[in-house]
Design a protein around this ligand. Structure first.
Ligand code: TYM
Length: 335
């Protein structure tokens, strides 16, 4: 990693095929950062087990997600793309940070509240302590910027608080990271309930769009997307959340502003608009899907990437971990 460049860290949970929300809110932006920054992109399998996962499916999803990162345009020679569970420093630092994180802080996290409502039979300690593991992910690499969607902002604020608290107690140890949230697309909404965010775990398959959906499915889901009875393509998040969400999707993909989109569809019906959005999404995802298919056939190449990047991540993470262990007073390991 070049010393002069700033460090970017982000991650996704391999808890299913990622959605158009994950792609537009995070992954697509990551690909624009790889020249200017030193970037680490993690597949956070340790976070994923905070809700029950089938082991074989988790293994497959983790590998698929790594291939999707590459298929979306992340160059594995320029970015450190790796599995969280391959770098044990994440768990070790998370433990230390748990001792600097308050129960009150964790119980205020909206993701914890949402997930514990959804999985009321399994409100485990890992789900509760999820944000201190996330803080460890970020702080291990002396990260400057964290590109995420809006839903992760609260976790990042907590990460900053933990870093500042630790630095105040032990002297400068962690760089205090900043969130990096794009203006448009940072919160893509459900296609069926457009006041709710699009989420991998939604039970209604028509509510989400997987980035591996085929063109027919994409058209069908957009045709069924919930809109309103007003029939004017106009941006108004409060009164017209469905249409505004489709406009956001179209805007992030085409780069057009909302007024340009309104002008393009002036006097046209929702049917035309929905088809145009579906077409734009299909064309956006086509190269990614083709690359993903090709990568799926190259097991040896993917294995090499996984191994090599885990080594680099381990090297970097261990540097920070050793510093932290020393500061809190752990006796040095005798060699
Ligand atoms: P996860 O796996 O839920 O989501 C991955 C990324 O996708 C963004 N995102 C969205 N963006 C726009 N619209 C949506 N509907 C939408 N849904 C999800 C998320 O904001 C995220 O950027 N806790 C994290 C994973 C994580 C992490 C980290 C992220 C673990 N450690 C360290 C950054 C840094 C999560 O659950 O993301």
């Amino acid at each position: 990693m070049s010393e002069q460049k700033k460090v970017i860290f982000s991650g996704m949970q391999p808890s299913g095929v990622i959605t158009l929300g994950n792609y537009l809110g995070a992954l697509k932006n990551w690909t624009n950062l790889q020249e200017e920054y030193n970037c680490l992109y993690c597949i956070v399998d340790m976070h994923a087990i905070t809700v029950r996962q089938d082991p074989a499916t988790l293994r497959k999803n983790a590998r698929d997600l790594l291939m999707l990162y590459i298929a979306a345009g992340l160059d594995p020679e320029k970015n450190i793309i790796y599995m969280q569970s391959h770098v044990s420093a994440h768990a070790e630092l998370a433990w230390i940070l748990n001792c600097f994180t308050y129960m009150g802080e964790l119980s205020r996290m909206t993701q914890f509240k949402d997930k514990s409502n959804k999985h009321s039979d399994n409100i485990n300690v890992g789900l509760f302590a999820y944000p201190s593991l996330m803080a460890a992910d970020i702080l291990l690499y002396q990260t400057d910027l964290v590109p995420v969607g809006v839903d992760q902002k609260q976790h990042l604020e907590l990460t900053r608080d933990i870093a500042i608290r630790f630095n105040n107690a032990y002297g400068e140890t962690f760089r205090v990271p900043e969130p990096y949230i794009s203006k448009v697309g940072a919160k893509i909404m459900s296609l069926q309930e457009p006041t709710k965010k699009m989420s991998k775990s939604d039970e209604d398959i028509n509510a989400t769009l997987s980035i591996l959906d085929d063109p027919d499915t994409i058209v069908r889901k957009f045709k069924r997307a919930v809109t309103d009875s007003d029939a004017a393509v106009r941006y108004d998040e409060l009164q017209k959340p469905g249409i505004s969400n489709l406009m956001t999707i179209y805007s992030v993909i085409t780069g057009m502003g909302m007024d340009q989109i309104e002008a393009e569809f002036e006097g046209k019906g929702y049917g035309d608009f929905k088809l145009k959005v579906a077409e734009a999404v299909t064309e956006e995802l086509r190269p990614l899907q083709e690359k993903f298919k090709a990568l799926s056939k190259d097991k040896a190449y993917i294995d090499t990437i996984i191994k090599k990047n885990a080594e680099t991540a381990n090297y970097l993470a261990t540097k920070t971990l050793r510093k932290v262990q020393k500061k809190v007073g752990f006796p040095p390991v005798m060699r």
